[in-house]
Design a protein around this ligand. Structure first.
Ligand SMILES: NC(=O)c1ccc[n+]([C@@H]2O[C@H](COP(=O)([O-])OP(=O)(O)OC[C@H]3O[C@@H](n4cnc5c(N)ncnc54)[C@H](OP(=O)(O)O)[C@@H]3O)[C@@H](O)[C@H]2O)c1
Length: 328
């Protein structure tokens, strides 16, 4: 079967498409899935170039990708028909999900074995052409829940600034912050993404055509915001500290973000950690199905262009999600 692997850490060129990979054997608690599409994330290139904490103990060669959509084609010995049925994961069911934190295997392969706990069914009425969105849902969706609910704890009437409102996580942070009760959500992005940010329910603040800090001060009458959700971090974290209303807090998304400058000023600052659960995957499925989480796929690339896909990811200007077509 076809599978993308890399045998050393480095640039996008270390990713190679193999056509002779063995089909995996599912462990007792695992399901065998024929992958249709894989969602791509910045984490993928950080693992590939060795900069992510997750690259530390990664045995090479390694696969790539964390999240996907596919069809159940088998199961391990610990999952009988009754168990699969109760989880909605019987053979032929379309499923979406992501690898758990301790599972370092990739998903950019025609067939994968993955824990049944890390999957949820795609509702039957979802048309085939919508599946790329489901491939890109689990990682950004679970991140957005962890950010808005577990880490920022956004409450009724709070004002929120999101950096990168049209990116993968940003496209879910906006509706989820509003759902949590935020009174106004502002979101930065390039001016070309302003309309998309507005469609998602936020007030766009272009950072490439004006000084976003000045604009935010103008929009908030000099008060600033209660919460900053910073998906970009590099150019935005430090100046954001001056945009917080008294008692305000900041959440930086990149796992290796240095929070010291905020903490030294007595500002509450945190990095979210994904909590993976079937209940949360089902909640995401309901949200996307009901149109509350209108996550967008900006591009679907074939497996043979994985190096270009990673180069694109690294530019840091993805709109919605980049998705790899694996077996559709
Ligand atoms: N802590 C966790 O568990 C966790 C989980 C998932 C992701 N993450 C991290 O979260 C970050 C975001 O992930 P993602 O999937 O949303 O990335 P993404 O899809 O690549 O989006 C990046 C966003 O950053 C924006 N951006 C770029 N330069 C900017 C600037 N100078 N000012 C404001 N915005 C800017 C882009 O907007 P424009 O295109 O308009 O420039 C784009 O919307 C990544 O570092 C990722 O590794 C952490």
């Amino acid at each position: 079967m076809r599978e993308i692997r890399f045998d050393r850490f480095g640039g996008p060129e270390v990713l190679t498409l193999h056509t002779d990979a063995p089909t995996p054997e599912p462990a007792p608690d695992e399901v065998l899935v024929k992958v249709l599409f894989a969602g791509l994330n910045p984490l993928d290139f950080k693992i590939r170039d060795g900069s992510s904490g997750r690259a530390k103990d990664l045995p090479l060669p390694a696969g790539t990708g964390r999240e996907m959509v596919g069809t159940v084609i088998g199961a391990g010995s610990g999952l009988d028909q009754a168990e699969l049925g109760s989880r909605g994961l019987t053979e032929g069911t379309r499923v979406f999900g992501m690898r758990g934190p301790g599972d370092h295997r990739g998903v950019a392969a025609e067939v994968i074995a993955i824990s049944a706990d890390d999957l949820a069914p795609v509702p039957g009425e979802i048309p085939e052409e919508d599946l790329p969105r489901w491939a890109g849902l689990a990682l950004v969706g679970l991140t957005a829940i962890a950010t808005v609910r577990d880490t920022a704890g956004i409450g009724e009437g709070e004002t929120v600034l999101i950096h990168g409102g049209s990116g993968g996580v940003g496209q879910l942070l906006i509706p989820m912050a509003l759902e949590a009760g935020a009174s106004t959500v502002y979101a930065t992005g390039r001016s070309t993404n302003a309309e998309r940010i507005r469609e998602l329910g936020a007030t766009p603040i272009p950072y490439d055509t004006a000084d976003w800090g000045v604009e935010l001060q103008r929009l908030t009458d000099g008060r600033g915001v209660d919460v900053v959700l910073d998906t970009h971090y590099h150019a935005t974290f430090l100046p954001s500290l001056d945009q917080l209303a008294p008692g305000g807090r900041i959440v930086a998304l990149p796992t290796l973000a240095d929070l010291t400058p905020a903490l030294e000023r007595g500002i509450e600052a945190r990095v979210p950690s994904i909590v993976q659960s079937r209940e949360r995957l089902d909640r995401l499925a309901q949200g996307i199905r009901a149109g509350r989480y209108p996550l967008e796929v900006s591009e679907v690339l074939p497996m043979s262009q994985i190096d270009q896909a990673h180069a694109r990811l690294q530019e840091g200007h993805t709109r919605g999600k980049l998705v790899l077509e694996v077996g559709a």
